[in-house]
Design a protein around this ligand. Structure first.
Ligand SMILES: *[C@@H]1O[C@H](CO)[C@@H](O)[C@H](O)[C@H]1NC(C)=O
Ligand SMILES: *[C@@H]1O[C@H](CO)[C@@H](O)[C@H](O)[C@H]1NC(C)=O
Ligand SMILES: *[C@@H]1O[C@H](CO)[C@@H](O)[C@H](O)[C@H]1NC(C)=O
Ligand SMILES: *[C@@H]1O[C@H](CO)[C@@H](O)[C@H](O)[C@H]1NC(C)=O
Ligand SMILES: *[C@@H]1O[C@H](CO)[C@@H](O)[C@H](O)[C@H]1NC(C)=O
Ligand SMILES: *[C@@H]1O[C@H](CO)[C@@H](O)[C@H](O)[C@H]1NC(C)=O
Ligand SMILES: *[C@@H]1O[C@H](CO)[C@@H](O)[C@H](O)[C@H]1NC(C)=O
Ligand SMILES: *[C@@H]1O[C@H](CO)[C@@H](O)[C@H](O)[C@H]1NC(C)=O
Ligand SMILES: *[C@@H]1O[C@H](CO)[C@@H](O)[C@H](O)[C@H]1NC(C)=O
Length: 376
């Protein structure tokens, strides 16, 4: 081998290693969601006003990411601060309307506005929407026009029906042929939704200019809907199905757990976490990071109480109002950062400036829902 070629190899390898070590463990924000005042969680747990299904956390962790919960019901400065520190956002599925004040959809709007701005400003900020999260992505980027139609898509395990030009999508341009062959042959994706988007509607309203449809599927009545999409300009991705469920949810017998279904779910986790690795942002220091990570909370075993989620993280209004950082105590001599046990009050609480200035926002206590959308 000629010397200059060897040098070239070393250079390329060196820069790959640098890139990988700089941000190889991205931190992804997962949006919380309001619980129903008369629902299962409220019946069993006092004062819990929001949740994250633990499967979304495990899903991201399985691909090498760490997770920070993003609270609902906060003001702009909270979301703005956090969005300058995390490396990606996951909007999970669930059961809520888009018209509730201070809930999932309002928080989602802040996050998406900020993600658009960050990307426009040259800072890579990927967003992933699963099921209701995909619906929220499309809805907010259509400036609040709801293009969803009713669908009968509950409890379906289906193969991917990739569009002919799927190889041109970012989601699949680097995909392994063997994995794709399994995805299109076996029932790898799990659907549980009562709404969906159609290609015809996207074309009619020119949403097809901003979204590339990557795959479609048909509901129980044969209505074809968009099952995976990516934004043509921004690193935004949406799937109507649940890649996390074959790996981490076991309550419904209809959820596929075959090797192919697990591989397929993992494919999407790996893809998105790799996107987040491209984000250059970080927290100010290890303490600030440790203080907000999901490890501060313990998931509850909720399927045993009747939930379709095996485990859920549940949060009270109080937990969603982070204490101030303040004095950081005698860990300065330690090798690593100080990690606090769950429930520990960080700092002495007397510090002046709160780093995440959190509103006390009246959180949904009086929320009384007659109907709700179930796009788990
Ligand atoms: C729930 O909130 C009420 C009112 O603040 C409080 O008295 C009660 O102790 C809380 N319960 C739990 C389990 O935290
Ligand atoms: C929110 O939307 C749902 C479904 O369209 C509707 O039933 C409900 O009345 C709406 N709630 C408010 C507060 O507008
Ligand atoms: C993007 O840049 C504009 C103009 O400099 C600035 O006002 C805005 O705050 C930036 N947005 C974010 C999310 O950093
Ligand atoms: C939404 O509004 C923005 C800003 O006005 C505009 O650039 C964009 O084209 C609109 N999108 C749709 C789908 O109407
Ligand atoms: C896939 O697309 C991304 C983003 O456009 C690009 O950076 C990458 O090089 C492409 N990969 C392949 C294998 O074409
Ligand atoms: C996928 O599911 C359908 C409907 O349940 C079933 O008919 C089909 O045999 C399944 N395909 C595979 C490859 O398991
Ligand atoms: C979007 O749909 C319209 C109407 O069918 C069509 O004219 C246009 O070419 C489509 N655009 C893209 C990017 O597919
Ligand atoms: C960590 O960052 C926070 C927020 O910027 C700051 O208040 C704190 O003093 C920093 N701690 C250390 C040890 O640098
Ligand atoms: C956000 O809420 C905090 C805490 O209540 C408050 O100090 C801050 O002024 C609020 N920011 C805005 C922009 O309203």
């Amino acid at each position: 081998m000629q010397p200059h070629r060897l040098f070239g190899c070393v250079l390329v390898l060196g820069s790959l290693l640098l890139a990988a070590s700089a941000d190889s463990s991205p931190i992804i924000g997962v949006l919380t969601q309001e619980v129903f005042s008369n629902g299962l969680i409220s019946q069993h747990f006092e004062n819990k006003t929001s949740y994250i299904a633990a499967s979304y956390v495990k899903y991201l962790e399985s691909a090498g990411a760490r997770v920070v919960p993003i609270w609902i019901g906060r003001n702009r400065s909270y979301y703005e601060d956090l969005m300058h520190k995390i490396n990606g956002v996951l909007l999970p599925g669930g059961a809520t309307w888009f018209n509730q004040t201070n809930g999932y959809a309002d928080a989602g709007e802040h996050l998406l506005q900020l993600a658009l701005q960050l990307n426009d400003n040259g800072t890579f900020m990927p967003v992933w929407g699963t099921c209701l999260g995909m619906e929220l992505l499309a809805y907010k980027l259509a400036n609040g026009t709801d293009h969803r139609i009713n669908c009968r898509g509950t409890g379906m395990a289906l193969p991917m029906e990739l569009k002919e030009d799927y190889k041109q999508s970012r989601l699949f341009n680097a995909s392994n042929e063997a994995v794709v062959a399994l995805m299109v042959k076996e029932n790898v994706t799990y659907h549980w939704h009562q709404f969906c988007y159609t290609e015809a509607d996207f074309a009619r309203n020119l949403l097809n200019k901003s979204w590339r449809v990557v795959s479609v599927n048909s509901d129980l009545d044969g209505i074809e809907f968009i099952s995976a999409m990516e934004h043509t300009k921004y690193p935004f991705y949406g799937v109507q199905f649940h890649p996390e469920k074959p790996l981490f949810e076991f309550v419904k017998p209809s959820i596929p757990h075959s090797p192919a279904a697990v591989l397929s779910g993992q494919y999407f986790a790996d893809f998105f976490v790799n996107e987040a690795r491209k984000s250059p942002q970080s927290f100010a220091n290890a303490t600030e990071e440790a203080r907000v990570l999901i490890y501060n909370y313990k998931p509850e075993y909720t399927s045993i109480l009747g939930s379709t989620y095996v485990q859920q993280y549940l949060f009270t209004d109080k937990e969603m109002q982070l204490e101030e950082i303040g004095f950081e105590g005698g860990d300065d001599g330690d090798d690593g950062p100080s990690y606090f046990p769950p429930g520990h009050v960080y700092g002495d609480g007397n510090g002046a400036a709160a780093f995440l200035s959190l509103g006390t926002g009246p959180l949904l206590a009086s929320l009384a829902l007659r109907l709700f959308s179930i796009d788990f």
